[in-house]
Design a protein around this ligand. Structure first.
Ligand code: 0R9
Length: 632
């Protein structure tokens, strides 16, 4: 095929994407790989939101590709002004898709939408099939967006719709293995948000499939999140529209103590919240304070604080903002800036929730009682902290601390690291082997308290957790301030077995519930001790996983000796430092909260009262290797 000037420009554009994929899709790891899928699916979702097509199908194939099909109008297949077919332009020109769109709500607009051509640029092969006007059209690409076969008619049909299948380029991605559960979670969410849309996912690799369809999506969404909790009432469902902004909110209080608010703008999750969430929270605080005042429930002069009114609250806030008002902030563009969204959400939620409480007094009284209890506990905790700070209370905690904690000699909190170590024997090795200047050791005895339903009072009464809180020194709950932490890294170090994994999850649950800002600011890590050592030719090497061991074994000729570490305690001090603690060699896994709902859901399932869902979930999802999401 002959290249003219414009083709060369296009190839240069796609080449730029291949050179710096991170700039377009954030990263080339698992997350970046799935970004490609969202990019294509979002276009199908846009078409459904605009009223065309009620079913979207995703198929993870056996040949390394993923196929996305919609039943919309089909991408226009005429010639574009450049002489090329419209599909060719859409899939080869950077940011081409947007130019065709006008008005309405666009899913991908402003958030992560980089365009379908970016997906093509990062794929070794892509095939686009369009059913439209009685005909089947097809175009294919190879090697990062080069036209392999231009658009042509390949048949006739009565159906309409678009199918995009692509094979991600393994020279670009660290992994090209699609994750069924990642795709499933995200698609379930889309189905919750768009009433009447059916999403089917099939995994040919494992011969399994799921289908999502909800008639009253947001209510189902809340019920799904709260599945393992005890709700205090039926889900409250509110909708409204003002100044062109559409608001859908569903909320429900449970008997737990944590808040979980998930927000969306034009169906895309806003991880960092923004003006719509602020409007929602402001409205709730206002409604609660008016209610307790009008019903003489408030015994003190100070009003309820926002955090009191959100204890045990699960809520989904979904807004639709027209493209011309869309404004995003923050590095990841995950925060809505649009100021009008705040006032619109605030006024709609204020009006509807006030009305609901007036109509449902018993429910309202029950929720108010919870908020008032939270206020009392919060004030008591604050008073106790202040007394300790002012030296009024002779703190016995220092004594406990001195007995258990092996401090670092250095005084720079940013450089210092705290190791939370499973068991006294490993604690001993860690203490001997550590870098004394920067590494502190806190051995933990046995299992940590399960914090799924613990209140601040329970935590304060638990010696082990108290010790951790005191040692870190950053405060808990709404007082938790990462800048006050005595350590720049807090590293959970447990055995690489089931018990160790359980302790990790208990600790992560604790941090998630009570010191969430520390996770968000990237302070919490999990150490990654080796599973084996292998000795050959008088050298010794450490091996992290079973896969690595298998590779090594097949590569080694002659004799070698393998040692499997059953626990940290089996390593001597030097070995433990060298493999797991030394910043030069170790591989730490940062604990992130990328997805509050998933973390919340997992922790509820894993930690809640019900045994069956826990077993089921563990069997299906937990693989305590590096792949597990808790240990990213
Ligand atoms: C499987 C993934 N689906 C898609 O990528 C997809 C894009 C798309 C689409 C239209 C319809 N369905 C689609 N599916 C469309 C059609 C028409 C007008 N606008 C959109 C029409 O028939 O008039 N398009 C998205 C962008 C464009 N089409 C284009 F117009 F820019 F080409």
């Amino acid at each position: 095929m002959a290249y003219d000037d414009s083709s060369i420009k296009i190839l240069e554009g796609l080449e730029a994407v291949r050179k710096r994929p991170g700039m377009y899709i954030g990263s080339t790891d698992k997350r970046g790989l799935h970004h490609l899928v969202w990019e294509i699916v979002d276009n199908a979702v846009d078409e459904a939101i605009n009223g065309f097509g009620k079913v979207i199908r995703l198929t993870i194939t056996n040949s390394g590709s993923i196929r996305v099909e919609d039943e919309g109008r089909g991408i226009p297949c005429g010639k574009h002004a450049s002489g090329k077919s419209t599909p060719e332009v859409i899939y080869t020109v950077l940011h081409a898709g947007g130019k065709f769109e006008e008005g309405g709500y666009k899913v991908s607009g402003g958030l992560h939408g980089v365009g379908a051509s970016v997906v093509n640029a990062l794929s070794k092969k892509m095939v686009v099939t369009v059913n439209k006007d009685g005909k089947v059209y097809q175009i294919s690409f190879k090697d990062g967006g080069k036209v392999d076969s231009p658009l042509k008619e390949i048949g006739t049909t009565r159906k309409t719709g678009t199918t995009v299948e692509f094979w991600p380029d393994e020279t670009i991605f660290e992994t090209t293995k699609f994750s069924f559960s990642t795709i499933e979670e995200r698609m379930r969410e889309s189905a919750f948000l768009i009433n009447d849309l059916t999403i089917e996912i099939t995994d040919e690799r494992e011969d399994k499939s799921v289908s999502f369809h909800y008639d009253n999506g947001l209510v189902s969404f809340i019920e799904y999140i709260n599945a393992e909790k005890t709700p205090l009432h039926k889900v409250i469902d509110m909708t409204g529209k003002k100044d062109g902004i559409e608001v859908h909110v569903a909320m429900c209080y449970t008997d737990s103590y944590n808040e979980n608010i998930i927000s969306f703008v034009n169906n895309v999750k806003t991880i960092d919240g923004g003006s719509h969430e602020v409007g929602f929270k402001t409205a709730i605080t206002k409604v609660f304070n008016e209610y307790v005042k009008n019903n003489n429930l408030l015994k003190s002069k100070t009003p309820l604080e926002g955090s009191d009114t959100r204890e045990g609250l699960t809520a989904v806030v979904s807004v639709y903002v027209p493209e011309n008002l869309l404004q995003f902030e923050g590095q990841t563009k995950g925060k809505l800036g649009t100021p009008q969204a705040r006032s619109v959400v605030e006024s709609i939620v204020y009006e509807k929730l006030s009305y609901y409480f007036a109509e449902n007094k018993a429910v309202a009284d029950n929720i108010m009682e919870k908020a008032l209890k939270s206020k009392v506990a919060r004030e008591a905790a604050r008073k106790a902290r202040e007394e300790v700070r002012n030296g009024k209370q002779k703190s016995g905690k220092d004594k406990i601390l001195n007995g258990k904690l092996t401090k670092a000699a250095g005084k720079d909190p940013k450089k210092n690291e705290l190791f939370l170590v499973e068991g006294d024997s490993a604690g001993g090795s860690a203490k001997t082997g550590r870098n004394r200047e920067t590494q502190a050791i806190l051995p933990l005895r046995g299992k940590v308290l399960n914090c799924e339903k613990a209140s601040t009072n329970d935590i304060n009464g638990n010696e082990e957790l108290n010790l951790i809180i005191q040692t870190i020194g950053a405060g808990i709950g709404s007082d938790c301030t990462p800048e006050d932490s005595n350590y720049g890294k807090i590293i959970i170090m447990t055995d690489a077995d089931d018990d160790g994994a359980h302790i990790q999850i208990l600790l992560i649950t604790f941090f998630y519930r009570f010191m969430k800002p520390l996770i968000e600011a990237g302070y919490i890590y999990v150490a990654n001790p080796p599973l084996y050592s292998i000795e050959y030719n008088k050298t010794k090497e450490y091996i992290q996983t079973d896969e690595e061991l298998a590779l090594k074994r097949s590569a080694l000729k002659g004799t070698y000796k393998i040692n499997r570490f059953k626990g940290l305690g089996e390593m001597d001090a030097e070995e433990l430092f060298e493999t797991t603690m030394d910043p030069k060699n170790r591989s730490l896994i940062k604990v992130t909260i990328e997805d509050a709902m998933l973390a919340e859901k997992r922790i509820s399932v894993l930690m809640g009262d019900k045994v069956e869902p826990r077993k089921e979930w563990i069997n299906e999802n937990v693989d305590f290797t590096l792949e597990d999401d808790f240990r990213r």
